[in-house]
Design a protein around this ligand. Structure first.
Ligand code: S3P
Length: 174
């Protein structure tokens, strides 16, 4: 088994994955990577919302899987995934292989709705009721894939980052 060399942040939309990746990566001397940015670049379209609008969710998921696979060998990186990365187990297998540690940023739905703000850039957060349904469905899946779970309610991004660092640092080969 490869020594841990990659941190993969998972969690529902607006759980703070991107912000924590950006704070955490420099503290490790690693790079931060945002999976949605790669998907958007690969699509040639301007945004995630545009991909969903032009081609639908299936097309987005295929791009997401191919980007996840392309990061399989990447090392010394903190990856902020999109909330739906767990819809395909093969995505997590790819990101976990070669030393990926999966950290779930667990956040209550109440906090998610407070943090989400303007949801127009998030096609799967069009209304509260369907977002809640998706949240309930995904919750056990995030937990099942997590190597480490960090709760984020009532905590700043800095506090979450500090806990992630404390929990993963003993496992890392640096
Ligand atoms: C999605 C989450 C989004 C983005 C896309 C689909 C999801 O990322 O990948 O809109 O299925 O939960 P964030 O979790 O960064 O909002």
């Amino acid at each position: 088994m490869s020594p841990p060399n990659k941190i993969v942040l998972i969690g529902f939309m607006a759980s703070g994955k991107s912000a924590v990746a950006k704070l955490l990566a420099p503290q490790l001397g690693w790079n931060a990577h945002h999976l949605d940015d790669d998907i958007v670049s690969k699509s040639g379209l301007p945004s995630v919302a545009a991909i969903f609008k032009e081609h639908g969710e299936g097309f987005f998921r295929d791009l997401e899987s191919s980007v996840a696979l392309s990061l399989q060998e990447t090392q010394r990186v903190v990856i902020a995934t999109g909330g739906g990365i767990i819809t395909r187990a093969s995505n997590i297998e790819a990101l976990k292989s070669n030393g990926g540690i999966v950290v779930y940023l667990r956040t209550s739905f109440e906090t998610i709705t407070q943090r989400a703000g303007d949801t127009s850039s998030r096609p799967l957060f069009s209304d509260r009721a369907s977002a809640l349904q998706l949240y309930m469905k995904r919750l056990p899946i995030y937990e099942s894939f997590a190597d480490i779970i960090v709760d984020t309610d009532d905590r700043s991004e800095e506090e979450v980052c500090t806990e992630v660092l404390h929990r993963v640092e003993p496992l890392l080969c640096r």
